[in-house]
Design a protein around this ligand. Structure first.
Ligand code: MN
Length: 408
């Protein structure tokens, strides 16, 4: 019989103002969700996801890996439906990584589901192994060989998810199954841990601290010491040996449930990826959402609203540049024309341009009677000049030509 022992810790970190992560320790089900959304939306998304996951899991007839996957999809629907009820919540989303002890054809099995970039790891025989694959843009670039693993941490788009819970009515859920073995230690965590603490350091803590609660708290503390730029959440689930009561310790030694199954656990088969591949739509990035950067407590505000704001700002800037160019063209020059029979210097374009009508820059004492007749048509049409000085010079030429013609 497989016994589980769990510990957990979560912390807002040093930069964010709210903790939008959520954890679930409800043996034999454990989860971490990292919500994204403006104002309270991120917290709502992760809380709704975890509650719906737990509820759906409890209502499973036979608890299997596929059932856990269905529970994750139910959680997705719950978040999505909640998001439709309130404009403030629209577009909210969350990651979800969950682990459960399930029935695999009569034997105990560990099932893991994942959507997003929270992660599940397993420490076995002292070796730490990442079990889940992030649904993130950088992960796709790595998979395609276009980005090295070492470049991921600094990539400007490292926060961009390709899949999240609650963004669409349905979501593809990765489902993994593996056999539990005594001594296995599973780690669920949000990206706030991974971004601050390297895998080697995580492994070192998991090897050193036997109590899962102590290890979880130590990992959170280390993430804080490395900057704590994001919310940090850690759930550790140990597979313990037989004997003793069928009891599950949650964190500080509170028994919260029992796990009994008839068969002893089988040797490890390795995690087997059974999940649905990312949909074509998500490959194209239509589900991509910008994750919160480290310097804000309102990640979701950037995730959708920022995109709109940036678009509007760029659009407004383009409009301003266009308007400036038109203004410069329309108003930045002069022409000599007629106001009644009086030769007048106007600012603007003859006849105006769009909403910029010409204005009188300078009236002159010269009338049509003082101008040679062949200039009258030009004056009626408007004689463009680049500057006010050039316009005045043109008027002076009109006068001098007339006086020369009159005296000649
Ligand atoms: Mn996070």
């Amino acid at each position: 019989m497989t016994r589980l022992r769990a510990g957990s810790a979560t912390d807002v970190g040093l930069v964010r103002s709210t903790n939008q992560d959520q954890l679930l320790v409800a043996s034999p089900l454990f989860a971490v969700a990292d919500g994204m959304g403006g104002h309270a939306a991120g917290e709502v998304a992760s809380r709704v996801a975890v509650e719906a996951l737990e509820s759906a899991f409890e209502h499973l007839g036979v608890v299997t890996a596929a059932g856990l996957g269905e529970a994750a999809r139910a959680a997705n629907r719950a978040v999505w439906e909640q998001a439709q009820t309130d404009p403030e919540l629209r577009g909210m989303g969350t990651t979800l990584v969950a682990i459960a002890l399930v029935n695999g054809e009569g034997e105990d099995e560990v099932a893991i589901v994942n959507v997003g970039d929270s992660r599940a790891y397993r420490l076995r025989d002292g070796q730490l192994e990442q079990l889940t694959v992030d649904h993130s843009l950088v992960q796709e670039l790595v998979a395609e060989g276009r980005l090295g693993e070492d470049e991921v941490a600094y990539h400007p788009q490292r926060h961009v998810l390709t899949r999240a819970l609650g963004v669409d009515p349905d979501v593809a859920v990765d489902v993994l199954e593996t056999r539990p073995a005594e001594g296995d230690r599973y780690l669920l965590c949000s990206d706030g841990l991974i971004r601050e603490v390297g895998d080697d350091q995580v492994a070192s803590v998991l090897r050193r601290l036997d109590d899962p609660g102590d290890a979880a708290r130590e990992l959170v503390q280390q993430a804080r010491e490395h900057g704590g730029a994001d919310n940090i959440t850690v759930v550790i689930v140990d597979v313990t040996g037989d004997g003793g009561a069928d009891r599950v310790d949650a964190g500080a030694g509170n028994p919260t449930g029992a796990v009994t199954t008839p068969e002893p656990f089988a040797p490890e088969n390795g995690a087997e990826q059974k999940g649905t591949a990312p949909s074509h739509k998500s490959r194209l990035g239509m589900h991509r959402r910008r994750r919160g950067e480290a310097d804000s407590g309102r990640p979701r505000a950037r995730f959708i609203t920022l995109r709109v704001v940036v678009f509007l700002a760029v659009f407004a800037a383009m409009l301003a540049i266009a308007a400036g160019a038109i203004w410069w063209y329309a108003r930045g020059s002069y022409f000599v024309g007629l106001s009644g029979n009086q030769v007048t210097i106007f600012r603007g374009r003859p006849g105006g341009l769009m909403w910029f009508q010409p204005t009188v820059a300078q009236r002159t004492p010269v009338t049509t009677a003082d101008v040679l007749p062949y200039h009258i048509a030009d004056l009626r049409a408007g004689q463009p000049e680049a500057t006010l000085g050039a316009a005045r010079a043109y008027v002076q030429r009109l006068e001098s030509e007339y006086s020369q013609a009159s005296s000649g």
